[in-house]
Write a protein that binds this ligand. Structure first.
Ligand SMILES: [Zn+2]
Ligand SMILES: [Zn+2]
Length: 193
């Protein structure tokens, strides 16, 4: 005669067992995973860029597993899966995703009119330069002048790189415009002829 396992906690038999307890009682006594109830993602209200990680990233990083297993995030819930003593376990935890909006660094800088470089385009190639520059940095404003176009660019390094990549010779000059945390801040003007 084979001994039938009986759960000492609830008296059930003929169910899946983990150790000497039935699966339900085992899971009731052992917290395998702790998932957050809410996560808050932060998004730029201007461009929609994710400033925090995605909901999935946050759920995965904030879910603590006390027993090895996988954590996935799908449609408002964390799904934890593992196997103990050959018994497959799957637990779901509903998670409320809150969305907070603010400006990302880039949009904040555009809004405040920040720029590090002015590219004075005097060879008629402004459209091409703008297109290439937009892949590297943000453009704060574009001003038409009698002799060409001035492009105000967020990052001076990106402006220099763009012009160099395009094979344009662009003499540059620097002008001091302020100070931050004890460092001089410069704006650089490039002239493209
Ligand atoms: Zn039981
Ligand atoms: Zn933005």
């Amino acid at each position: 005669m084979s001994l039938e396992k009986i759960c000492p906690s609830c008296g059930k038999s003929k169910v899946e067992f983990i150790g000497s307890f039935c699966k339900d009682c085992y899971l009731g006594k052992n917290k395998l995973v702790e998932a957050p109830r809410t996560v808050e993602i932060v998004r730029c209200r201007q461009c929609g860029k994710m400033i925090s990680g995605s909901a999935e990233d946050l759920v995965k990083s904030k879910t603590k597993t006390n027993h090895e297993g996988t954590v996935e995030y799908a449609e408002g819930k964390a799904v934890y899966e593992t196997e103990i003593d050959g018994v497959k376990i799957r637990q779901e935890f509903p998670i409320e995703v809150k969305i907070r909006e603010r400006l990302c660094e880039r949009c904040g800088r555009i809004k405040s009119g920040y720029y590090e470089a002015i590219i004075q385009v005097r060879n008629g190639k402004e459209e091409e330069i703008i297109k290439k520059l937009e892949n590297e940095t943000f453009i704060t404003k574009i001003e038409k002048q009698k002799t060409g176009v001035d492009i105000y660019a967020g990052r001076v390094g990106a402006a220099r790189k763009t012009l160099k990549k395009m094979g344009l010779r662009a003499p540059e000059s620097k002008k001091l415009y302020g100070m931050r945390k004890g460092r001089n801040l410069y704006r650089t003007t490039f002239i493209v002829r």
